[in-house]
Design a protein around this ligand. Structure first.
Ligand code: NI
Length: 388
């Protein structure tokens, strides 16, 4: 594992901690964006602002090759109150960098700084600092706002710190790495009545209970056993009184999958169960689906290239190629729908003591800063080599 070859690493760690102390939520990353833009300008990059409101793009050109690649970091924090007590803990109650996007931003800034000082490549690198990864799909908004028309990159690359993978290791896999996500809402409408006289009504609670049980068969009985999906009911809302059978029950939950056809099969199976169980009970059931992030799918050639880069940086034994994909979601998926590319997991160390993503005790591990910079810089030099 390389030691830090970067003289500015302490300054960068201080910047990372400053970002951690001042987290900003989706599309409100104005302070963060100001810092990112100021730094990029200071390193000599051309800076573009305004994509997806708070997005920042830095452009670094070397040599005369027309080739262009994109590197992306996310900048937003989570609506969560931090429970850490170290000096750089969040100064904003209800806002926290609990996913390490402060570290992603710092690592990409470090790569920009290093490559600007030693532009040992031929082509253009587009440094994409995007807002609103957590739930609002900032990547999709940047694309709608013309990211890839303005910066027609041939491929795009992303990185996430990963607690549970040791520092000095990286997971790089081709194909699906993060799931697509879809919310669902099901309203079961019966006929409310006195709890002591159930024969006078249609019991929405009993109907909903049957439905929750039946939903457990959607994945197990409808999908190929080697296809992955999750259907989880996460909310049940009904009733206010001890002695009233309520008129209706509201169920909500989430579906995770890696393929459009699997998602489609799951939705049709849910609809079939809803109408069958409604008929069996004399109730009415309406379902609706709220499609959110698509699956994050790495293209084969770019994943292979990133594997080679990671092997150069970390050593072959430290590059994991057969980690299971995560059922979590990631809005870099939108960029990978438009462009080939690869999203990797950089080990953040043990996921212990609450140091897991979205936990109120999480903190980005600053030991990753030089590793991330070296990964990004090596990737650029490999993809955009100087002739001779
Ligand atoms: Ni994240």
């Amino acid at each position: 594992m390389p030691t830090s070859p970067y003289a500015f690493i302490d300054e960068l760690a201080a910047l990372r901690r400053d970002l951690h102390a001042h987290p900003e939520l989706a599309f409100q990353e104005t302070r963060t964006a100001d810092i990112v833009a100021r730094e990029l300008e200071r390193y000599g990059l051309e800076v573009h602002r305004g994509l997806a409101k708070t997005g920042v793009v830095g452009v670094l050109k070397a040599g005369d090759s027309p080739r262009m690649i994109g590197l992306r970091a996310d900048m937003d924090a989570l609506p969560l109150t931090e429970l850490n007590e170290f000096p750089h803990h969040s100064k904003q109650p209800g806002k926290m960098h609990a996913c390490g996007h402060d570290g992603h931003t710092a690592m990409l800034l470090g790569a920009a700084r290093h490559l600007a000082a030693q532009p040992d490549f031929d082509g253009t690198v587009v440094f994409i600092f995007q807002p609103a990864e957590e739930a609002e799909g900032g990547a999709a908004v940047m694309i709608e706002d013309g990211l890839f028309e303005q910066f027609p990159v041939e491929a795009v690359f992303g990185l996430h710190n990963w607690p549970g993978i040791p520092v000095g290791q990286m997971a790089v896999m081709p194909g699906p790495i993060m799931a697509g996500t879809c919310g669902f809402e099901i309203e079961v409408r019966g006929h409310g009545c006195h709890a002591a006289m159930p024969q006078q009504g249609v019991d929405a609670i009993v109907t909903a209970a049957q439905l929750v049980q039946a939903l457990q068969t959607v994945v197990s009985r409808n999908l190929h056993p080697c296809d992955a999906a999750v259907v989880s009911v996460t909310q049940i809302h009904a009733g206010h009184a001890w002695n009233v059978i309520p008129e209706s029950v509201l169920l909500r939950g989430t579906i995770r999958s890696f393929k459009a056809e699997v998602q489609e099969t799951v939705e049709r199976a849910i609809e079939r169960l809803c109408s069958g169980i409604a008929a069996a009970n004399g109730a009415q059931i309406r379902s609706l689906f709220d499609h959110r992030y698509p699956p994050t799918v790495n293209s084969a050639a770019e994943a292979r290239l990133c594997q080679e880069v990671a092997q150069d940086v970390f050593g072959a034994a430290n590059v994991l190629a057969d980690e299971l994909p995560s059922m979590g979601a990631e809005d870099f998926a939108y960029m990978l729908r438009e462009k080939p590319g690869c999203y990797v997991w950089l080990g953040n160390g043990p996921g212990t003591g609450g140091c897991t993503l979205h936990n109120p005790h999480y903190d980005f591990n600053d030991a990753l800063l030089p590793l991330g910079i070296t990964y990004w810089s090596t990737l650029v030099k490999r993809l955009l080599p100087r002739a001779g």
